[in-house]
Design a protein around this ligand. Structure first.
Ligand SMILES: *Cc1c(COP(=O)(O)O)cnc(C)c1O
Length: 409
């Protein structure tokens, strides 16, 4: 939400806050990633154009192999997007129409679209308020005789506990299909994202931890048959030339994207640890206060790859989220509200039959979450500036009582 106001915003201390003139600290800035790799990326693109193997070329094979191995898996199959990686990956795991799949209720829209495209029935399960990760206890309660799989989302770069997932899956004989689209090379309990379940989906849209220069996705798996089937499904359902045993689709990773991704993969671990350090600094700064504003909890330690950094503006906060966001905007700090409207209450998914209020933690997170700037190359000084602005706003009652009428709060 954008609030523009002509009256100057003045802190209790008497300091005037400058009006929102321009963004000084953006949510994300890809130029830091691209600068050191610019010439290599351009060479890679030129190479593809010279060779002309735009589709299913060598660059794709090379990237599939490199990324799958980085995840601790033998097989990777490039597809057109993360959404398709979910849809085709689920189908290749043998799930049939009518099978029930446990899905966190705070799932982003593309994940739910992928699940529906696979023809299976999503059964939504609430998340844990402090982390946003699927609540395994609630998942167990939602199991029915038709439940065949669980689809954990490693949300914002933090893996769902592999130990808990594997325990649940072995007790109830469930397939685990990981949505790792926000968790490239994330780790927890000795597992890499993508290596816990039967298969996993990754996404390489530009703003993910590893992003191409357009859309792209990948299914990783340890199982040869699953990889083979995804390879066929994404290529018109053909298993060889002129032979189509499946109703597939056209969803392949472009050689151009693959070539760029291979170049960028070389720096992914470094970028991830930068994200982790910046997030730790945020955490440290926010831990010093008791204003009801707190980050999502990190249970994965250094294995968290922070695709996003999320603050919770809780009901005990002295400032509302919309006012806090307006104050940050006025200070040149760009923020966003992730999943402002939970999937299950979107008109498109009314057919799933859930009514508003079905998932209290999901609802609370959609009302409380605020996305702060975080990207490799963001300076510690700017992290401090963001955090200090948040803290000043949260700790300063008059700041909003005076300058924002209550209908904004
Ligand atoms: C990005 C993302 C996707 C979708 O990926 P696309 O490549 O944009 O289709 C799916 N699920 C989650 C959780 C994502 O963050």
């Amino acid at each position: 939400m954008q609030i523009s106001t002509s009256s100057p915003i003045v802190l209790k201390t008497g300091r005037a806050v400058p009006q929102a003139a321009k963004v000084e600290i953006p949510l994300i800035d890809l130029s830091f990633q691209h600068q050191p790799l610019q010439s290599k990326i351009e060479q890679a693109i030129q190479g593809i154009i010279q060779r002309g193997d735009y589709i299913l070329g060598w660059a794709v094979t090379e990237f599939e192999f490199a990324f799958a191995h980085a995840c601790g898996c033998h097989h990777g199959v490039g597809v057109g997007s993360g959404t398709d990686a979910i849809a085709l990956g689920l189908r290749a795991c043998g799930l049939q129409p009518g099978d029930e799949v446990l899905v966190p209720a705070n799932v982003p829209v593309p994940t739910l679209l992928g699940v529906l495209a696979a023809g299976v029935t999503p059964i939504l399960v609430d998340c844990i308020l402090e982390t946003g990760l699927i609540d395994i206890v609630a998942a167990e309660k939602a199991i029915s005789p038709r439940t065949r799989a669980i689809l954990p989302v490693h949300l914002y770069g933090q893996m769902v506990s592999p130990r808990q997932l594997l325990d649940l899956a072995s007790t109830f004989d469930l397939v685990i299909f990981e949505d790792a689209t926000q968790a490239h090379l994330a780790e927890r309990e000795g597992y890499r994202a993508g290596s816990v379940g039967m298969a996993a989906a990754f996404c390489f849209s530009p703003w993910k931890n590893l992003g191409g220069v357009g859309d792209g996705g990948l299914v990783v798996t340890r199982h040869h048959e699953i990889a083979t089937q995804v390879r066929s499904l994404c290529n018109f359902g053909a298993t060889r030339k002129h032979y189509h045993p499946y109703v597939g689709t056209n969803s392949r990773l472009d050689s151009l994207q693959a070539a760029v991704l291979t170049v960028k993969l070389s720096l992914l671990s470094r970028w991830n640890s930068d994200r982790n350090s910046l997030a730790q600094y945020y955490d440290e700064l926010f831990s010093q206060q008791g204003t009801g504003i707190q980050p999502l909890r990190n249970d994965a330690g250094s294995g968290h790859v922070y695709e996003r950094y999320i603050l919770r503006v809780t009901p005990s906060s002295s400032v509302s989220r919309s006012v806090l966001q307006a104050i940050l905007t006025a200070n040149g700090i760009q923020t966003d509200i992730p999943m402002a409207m939970p999937c299950y209450s979107q008109p498109a998914f009314r057919g799933l039959g859930y009514s508003f209020g079905s998932f209290p933690n999901t609802d609370a997170l959609s009302q409380q979450s605020l996305l702060l700037p975080l990207y490799p190359g963001l300076s510690l000084a700017n992290v401090r500036r963001v955090a200090e602005t948040v803290l000043a706003a949260g700790g300063d009652r008059q700041y909003y009582d005076i300058f924002y009428p209550c209908h904004w709060a």
